[in-house]
Design a protein around this ligand. Sequence first.
Ligand SMILES: Cc1cc2nc3c(=O)[nH]c(=O)nc-3n(C[C@H](O)[C@H](O)[C@H](O)COP(=O)(O)O)c2cc1C
Length: 185
Amino acid sequence: MSQFKIVAFSGSLRKKSLNTAALHAAAELVPAGVSVEIVEIGDLPLYNEDLRIDGGYPPAPHRLREQVRAADAILISCPEYNYAVTPALKNALDWCSRPPSQPFAYKAVGIIGVAGGAAGTARAQSNLRNILVGLDAYAVNQPQVMIGAGHTKFDADGKFIDQQGRDFIKAHLEALVKLARQLKG
Ligand SMILES: Cc1cc2nc3c(=O)[nH]c(=O)nc-3n(C[C@H](O)[C@H](O)[C@H](O)COP(=O)(O)O)c2cc1C
């Protein structure tokens, strides 16, 4: 079977983001034959319909749309800002949401999230799931990966050291690959 490719992005733009660190943990925990490519969303302009000229996209949004299109599945690490997804993440999803050939349609999407609070991004993930319905994407339902008190669960080098959380990410990735294969028929 050919290599299965997950394209991943983090809703946090900061260098020491725990959500981005969680994606690096995910890259270590994928099943055999699966790769994770972490892609950039910090260089996207703020969504502005005027930037779509003759239905075309500026370079950075075009690149992200093609990265999503080429992926077998998507993994989003979803921080929580004031009970919702971050503006960076919403901006990336908005750029991907417009025609032609909207790249999230019928894609399998995994969701993980790390927060400072005890709810572990539960509210932001709920918000994200709603947005993904609008993109006609299919999110993994279970197991959900909500990592609370995030600052206690990574070491000084940014390695995710919570074994229970690592087990949840691994199981979530297995469910993501299974869902993607089912959607492809
Ligand atoms: C603007 C802002 C809003 C936040 N709102 C929440 C929140 O609603 N719930 C929560 O658990 N943490 C909240 N936090 C704390 C984040 O969970 C914490 O900073 C986390 O580490 C951010 O993810 P990152 O490490 O990937 O950047 C907020 C942080 C910022 C900067």
